[in-house]
Design a binder for this molecule. Structure first.
Ligand SMILES: *[C@@H]1O[C@H](CO)[C@@H](O)[C@H](O)[C@H]1NC(C)=O
Ligand SMILES: *[C@@H]1O[C@H](CO)[C@@H](O)[C@H](O)[C@H]1NC(C)=O
Ligand SMILES: *[C@@H]1O[C@H](CO)[C@@H](O)[C@H](O)[C@H]1NC(C)=O
Length: 472
């Protein structure tokens, strides 16, 4: 790179100032780096092939992305039905797609099936974000909703629960709409496998699911539990937004965020930080992580290893709710007298500053793991190695031994994770190389244009099917 012009520096300054502002202003109006760290879903391990998948295509020819893969959606009418509008993973992802489709000139209509009775800041700010970009927002019920569904080229239902909308609103018109429905599924808890939600699933044009393991699990559970068959199922791995990549690749912004957040937490620049960025809950495994962390501190002490001080950071704590689980975590820290090494950070929408200030991401989701786990690819974009559980979507993202290390779920994983923490603390070169390899992997297959390319293939097939079915 040549010398930066004063202009470029000014732009950069402005950008990181904005980010720091965003960091300390948790107002929902500043949905700057909206993201999905808090998406969740235990999924089953062990995957075999699913009918169709677009998760593995490598970007061998960047030329094909010169034009937007969604261009064929221009002037198509797309109805999106979200079960709710909140800052959780599913709705935000659908919203992201709504804005991307607007970007190529689709006509997009948005319906939120369940809205809080009271006026809600989050709903207000998200709806306005969409309205500003020309998405139409309709009320869930009424003739307008029915007419739009009948007229639409494509209807996207988001999450299993959105299935409730079909019967309640469309009533006898349901069969007319099903052939053009694409059902996007991001979750996996037992209570989603309810006939009342998913009974129409076999008759829609297709299902789109975030990982192979999740798709396998749905296939199995719908068959075993409900006796229904999944429609054609497309696995579509997610990608990082352009905004996130921009920060991840801006070394000046990253350095400033790193120093700033470290200073605010009282952590020195040369100390090593291992962090979980996820909502605080047993399913995300913060308790087991703290046990591993404590064990790794013991190991370092016992073996008299020469490493910088290490810290554990739990991003996602929610002081307002003060759950029993969170108290348990805090008590553990006090009991083991490691409070100088463990930091709790409030739940946040702005993950970029946290990814900039840590050294290793820990993805410790338990049971069936993450559905996909977008934070994993976000961390890799920031050149961070990932220590993850060998479960769910994490196994489709992290290459064990190359971009991070995998450890088993449950108590069996505590010591392996502790060993992996020590490994990365002692081998600086290895840690940095793993981070770089993770970044390369993201560039190869987990960018927005990869996701769009995969989604485009699905949308094309669904449109094609809808056409042939309606003309037959
Ligand atoms: C499918 O489900 C059954 C029972 O629910 C379970 O025993 C089996 O291991 C599952 N198979 C896969 C591949 O997940
Ligand atoms: C975390 O949230 C609590 C309660 O909302 C608040 O009192 C506290 O100041 C927050 N901490 C930080 C560092 O923002
Ligand atoms: C990951 O790799 C390590 C060795 O680098 C190995 O011991 C471990 O069993 C592997 N785990 C999985 C889930 O493949």
């Amino acid at each position: 790179m040549g010398k930066q012009s004063a202009w470029a520096v000014a732009i950069q300054k402005k950008r990181w100032l904005l980010m720091i502002l965003a960091l300390f202003s948790l107002s929902t109006a500043m949905v700057l780096f909206m993201r999905t760290a808090f998406d969740s879903c235990p999924t089953n391990t062990n995957s075999s092939s699913i009918s169709k998948h677009f998760g593995e295509d490598k970007d061998t020819n960047t030329q094909i992305y010169a034009s937007n893969p969604l261009d064929f959606m221009k002037s198509k009418l797309v109805l999106m039905v979200s079960h709710e509008l909140s800052l959780s993973g599913g709705p935000l992802l659908l919203m992201e797609l709504a804005l991307l489709l607007r970007g190529v000139g689709s006509e997009v209509v948005w319906i939120t099936n369940q809205k809080p009775a009271e006026p809600d800041d989050v709903v207000y700010s998200l709806e306005h974000k969409m309205l500003d970009r020309g998405v139409q927002v309709l009320s869930a019920k009424g003739q307008k909703a029915i007419d739009t569904a009948l007229k639409a080229d494509l209807v996207i239902l988001n999450t299993a629960v959105a299935g409730k909308w079909l019967d309640v609103v469309l009533k006898e018109k349901v069969p007319h709409v099903l052939p053009k429905v694409l059902w996007w599924i991001h979750e996996m808890r037992g209570h989603y496998f309810k006939v009342e939600y998913v009974k129409h699933l076999p008759f829609v044009a297709g299902a789109m699911i975030d990982s192979h393991t999740t798709a396998e699990y749905w296939k199995n559970r719908t068959r075993e539990r409900l006796g229904i068959k999944m429609p054609e199922t497309y696995v579509v791995h997610l990608g990082n937004s352009k905004e996130l990549m921009e920060v991840a690749e801006d070394s000046v912004a990253k350095r400033i965020l790193r120093e700033h957040v470290r200073e605010s937490l009282g952590v020195r620049n040369e100390d090593l930080i291992f962090a979980i960025i996820n909502s605080v809950s047993r399913g995300k495994g913060q308790d087991l992580f703290l046990r591993s962390f404590y064990e790794s501190m013991q190991l370092i002490k016992d073996k008299k290893l020469q490493v910088p001080p290490i810290h554990a950071v739990i991003v996602g704590s929610d002081m307002n709710t003060q759950t029993k689980y969170e108290m348990e975590l805090r008590n553990f820290v006090l009991e083991k007298k490691i409070q100088d090494h463990v930091h709790f950070v409030n739940k946040t929408l702005t993950v970029a500053p946290y990814l900039a200030f840590i050294d290793v991401l820990v993805q410790n989701s338990q049971a069936r793991g993450e559905c996909f786990g977008r934070i994993t690819i976000e961390a890799m974009a920031f050149q961070l190695p990932v220590l993850g559980t060998a479960a769910g979507g994490t196994m489709e993202i992290v290459v064990n031994g190359t971009t991070g290390f995998l450890h088993p779920v449950g108590k069996e994983g505590v010591t392996p994770l502790a060993n992996n923490i020590v490994k990365l603390a002692t081998h600086v070169e290895r840690r940095l190389t793993m981070g770089k390899k993770g970044y390369e992997r993201v560039k190869e297959r987990f960018l927005e244009h990869h996701m769009l390319h995969r989604i485009a293939l699905v949308l094309k097939e669904v449109l094609q099917k809808a056409k042939t079915r309606s003309s037959s």
